[in-house]
Design a protein around this ligand. Structure first.
Ligand SMILES: NC(=O)c1ccc[n+]([C@@H]2O[C@H](COP(=O)([O-])OP(=O)(O)OC[C@H]3O[C@@H](n4cnc5c(N)ncnc54)[C@H](OP(=O)(O)O)[C@@H]3O)[C@@H](O)[C@H]2O)c1
Length: 331
């Protein structure tokens, strides 16, 4: 069956009226010529009606009813992580392309199985790792390739945010809560992006909240085959930090607001070579829009997103290993 959209805009449906959809993804989608929001679904009819009005779409009560609608090509799934697998699978069986929020699922076997299913059915399945689509990361890569800091010897990254409300999905184990799955994906994804797939886990710590039974912060140490060291931190109970730094034999580069820069923010790479400090100011970019453009282009072209699938598999594997091997400190 031809799964391309023959040049017209990709017609999207939304599964779940999530905060991230309202704040970031749907406003970005509205700016993309190759994509059009057609329908929104919620477990709750009033919520669906509210979103439908705000984003000029049809309201549907129930996710399955939206999947059964004939007028969509793709779905965007911003459900709690533990529900991703069920609804990605149902969407693929309904013949829809899928853009799913991070993490793609809560375990590597399921992620691999869903990516295989998408491939078998000739459908696109992509994880919304929009944080890697910002042009600032290409600028960092170019500087590394030009030898601006010499040989890469280390990578540090932290993504940490202040406490969320008690009822937040991140605090509920059954919904796939916890800091590793929620914010750990960003520094890990960045480490894979810059240092490649051969990262080996050396050790990790997870600070585990006894009452809620989820990890609220953690850190991990990894190494490459040549001994470049990767130190990562993540948390849901911290002051805000969104940073990475690359250390080399001749200097280092640091980037703040690395993962969630606003679309108007002009990123600043701080390049420091033995105290000789330079600020490189980059153009603003809209990473959510870039992600939707990429997804829509892939759907329309009939190509398959091999790099994205490989990265999702690697990320899921590393997260499971951290979860399995970390020293858990209960408090
Ligand atoms: N890429 C990014 O920058 C980014 C940023 C934040 C979050 N995220 C990801 O986006 C996803 C959603 O996060 P969020 O903060 O937007 O969450 P949220 O506001 O709590 O939204 C989750 C939605 O899932 C639906 N849902 C279905 N069953 C549910 C249940 N048992 N409990 C709670 N909600 C349920 C609800 O929609 P209905 O009530 O309408 O059915 C709810 O609105 C997560 O996977 C998260 O990791 C990504």
């Amino acid at each position: 069956m031809d799964r391309t959209t023959s040049g017209r805009a990709v017609r999207f449906g939304l599964l779940g009226c999530a905060d991230i959809a309202a704040r970031r993804t749907l406003p970005a989608l509205a700016e993309v010529d190759q994509a059009r929001l057609v329908a929104v679904s919620s477990r709750d009819a009033a919520k669906a009606a509210d979103f439908a009005k705000r984003f000029d779409a049809i309201a549907v009560t129930g996710y399955q009813r939206l999947l059964d609608s004939a007028d969509i090509d793709a779905v965007y799934i911003p459900l709690p992580p533990a529900l991703h697998a069920e609804w990605v699978e149902k969407a693929l069986h309904a013949g829809r392309h899928v853009l799913v929020e991070k993490p793609l699922s809560t375990d590597p076997d399921t992620t691999a199985r869903l990516l295989r299913l998408a491939e078998e059915r000739g459908l696109v399945l992509m994880e919304n790792s929009m944080y890697l689509r910002h042009s600032q990361h290409a600028a960092v890569r170019d500087l590394i390739a030009e030898g601006a800091i010499g040989e890469v010897l280390g990578f540090e990254s932290t993504f940490a945010v202040p406490p969320r409300p008690e009822s937040d999905i991140r605090h509920v184990r059954e919904l796939g809560g916890g800091a590793l799955l929620d914010v750990g994906v960003y520094p890990l994804g960045a480490a894979l992006h810059f240092l490649g797939p051969e990262l080996e886990l050396v050790g990790a710590v997870l600070r585990h909240d006894r009452r809620r039974d989820v990890d609220l912060s953690g850190s991990a140490l990894l190494t490459t085959a040549t001994g470049a060291q990767v130190r990562l931190g993540f948390g849901l109970e911290n002051s805000y930090r969104s940073h990475y730094g690359v250390a080399g034999s001749m200097g280092r580069m640091d980037l703040e607001r690395a993962f969630t820069p606003h679309q108007t923010h002009r990123p600043v790479i701080v390049l420091d070579r033995s105290g000789d400090r330079e600020e490189i100011i980059l153009p603003a970019a809209h990473q959510f829009r870039a992600m939707i453009v990429e997804f829509a282009d892939v759907v329309r072209s009939g190509r398959r997103p091999i790099t994205s699938a490989t990265r999702s598999r690697q990320l899921a594997g590393l997260m499971a290993e951290i979860d399995h091997r970390a020293k858990r400190v209960y408090h």
